[in-house]
Design a protein around this ligand. Sequence first.
Ligand SMILES: [Zn+2]
Length: 64
Amino acid sequence: MRVNCPHCSTKAIITGSKDLAVNNIELYCQCMNTQSCGASFVFALEYKHTTQLPNQAPTPVTTE
Ligand SMILES: [Zn+2]
């Protein structure tokens, strides 16, 4: 997964995550442009919809 800094558009790294729910995760990110930016920020990762159903034993989608 690629995340770009919202302040300078430089590539950022994901330094941590926090599960808010099964389908909703916060990603803690650090900008790699340490010379002129160095921002830390949080991205949200959220389930949208299924594009192909699982082959066996599907897990119901929860919508918390
Ligand atoms: Zn940046």
